[in-house]
Design a protein around this ligand. Structure first.
Ligand code: SF4
Ligand code: SF4
Length: 354
């Protein structure tokens, strides 16, 4: 299977660029062990975030406001991803999502973030997306990167330490002019806030050249609900029960926003990963929100590749067949093998008893 051969090549090449100690530190890092999330493999450019957005979940996860650059070098980060058994390496492999638990382009982490993206582009080739409230006006990475410009509403009142929404949009437009793919990421949709001036936000974005939008869901804990209340936002009508640590989604229909965006000429995508897939001219059928992108680009003749991979992993005479956009495997396989096959093919795997 090509994704496996690509992994072995990347491990050899990147491992050769690192000392034994650097290799071991990278192999112990969570990037080498975590399974990808639905949006892809999340890459952390820093620890903590000082922007203190009212709805942010990282402070419930033990993070603080004192940002520090992530401790791996760009080559170590690429190596950690290459050795991760869940991740498929290559241009049509696992989606990479930079910037999930911090702002990647903070002054303290900007250089490292660009270094991480460059190392992934050069040595792994996987499709990269970065989500930001501080888009730089230039992004020198030797691969097309999908930039999600994250905005909750036109006023920015829940993100008082981030650049003003119109500044973010303008910086994203500049990136577009320089050839980047840029998507408007209205996240999270906060009832009573996002819907206030959404028409203005969409029309300014459209006039600046934006053509795709993703609407993201708000998830709250007790503490986030309290912080939002301090900003004058009451989410209690939209949640059944609040929990101290568990995030619960706010039940608020986005249908009105979606209609407005479509009427305004936007392509509305169901999730951030759909934007990454579309920006790279690819396709994915890994979840019920899809399939996304051009489905004709999905390879369905993968049976012998999957069999070859599973046999290499030690499974004996595995029966594999493809029906529709699903790979059926008779028998049970380990989670990391199932996830790897899904990542390498972008098709969901269904196991059934022998
Ligand atoms: S920029 Fe992102 S990580 Fe930082 S506080 Fe805002 S939502 Fe949280
Ligand atoms: S099918 Fe679409 S929404 Fe689902 S994981 Fe793939 S890209 Fe994301």
């Amino acid at each position: 299977m090509e994704a496996l051969r690509a992994r072995l090549r990347a491990i050899k090449l990147l491992g050769g660029l690192l000392s034994e100690g650097e290799r071991q530190a990278a192999a112990r890092d969570p990037h080498a062990r975590r399974p990808p999330r639905p949006c892809g493999m999340t890459v952390h450019t820093g620890i903590n975030c000082p922007l203190a957005c009212a709805y942010c979940y990282i402070y419930d996860m033990g993070f603080s406001g004192a940002v520090k650059p992530y401790p791996l070098t760009p080559i170590q980060l690429a190596y950690a991803i290459a050795v991760n058994p869940y991740v498929a390496i290559g241009a049509s492999g696992t989606l990479i999502a930079v910037g999930s638990v911090t702002e990647p382009f903070l002054p303290e982490t900007r250089e490292l973030a660009v270094g991480y993206m460059s190392a992934i582009a050069e040595h792994l080739g996987n499709p990269i997306q970065v989500s930001t409230k501080m888009p730089p006006r230039e992004l020198a990475v030797n691969q097309r990167v999908d930039v999600l410009v994250s905005i909750t509403d036109a006023s920015g009142r829940l993100e008082p330490r981030a650049p003003r929404p119109l500044e973010r949009l303008a910086a994203g437009a500049e990136l577009m002019r320089r050839g980047a793919s840029v998507t408007l990421f209205v996240r999270p949709v906060v009832p009573g806030v996002t819907d206030r001036e959404i028409s203005r936000l969409l029309s300014v974005a459209r006039d600046l050249g934006y053509s795709r939008v993703v609407f993201g869901t708000l998830r709250v804990t007790e503490r986030i609900a309290r912080r939002l209340a301090a900003f004058g936002v009451d989410v209690t009508p939209y949640v059944k029960e609040l929990h101290p640590r568990r995030q619960v989604p706010v039940k608020y229909s986005k249908a009105g926003l979606v209609k407005l965006a479509r009427d305004c000429g936007f392509e509305v995508l169901p999730s951030s990963c759909a934007s990454n897939v579309t920006a790279h001219g690819q396709a994915c059928a890994l979840c019920d929100w899809g399939p996304c992108g051009d489905v004709r680009r999905l390879r369905l003749d993968v049976e012998s590749d999957v069999r070859e991979y599973l046999e290499w992993r030690g499974y004996k005479s595995v029966e594999v067949y493809v029906r529709g956009l699903r790979i059926h495997i008779r028998g049970r396989v380990a989670r990391e093998d199932r996830v790897f096959v899904e990542q390498a093919t972008r098709l969901r795997v269904l196991e059934s008893p022998r």
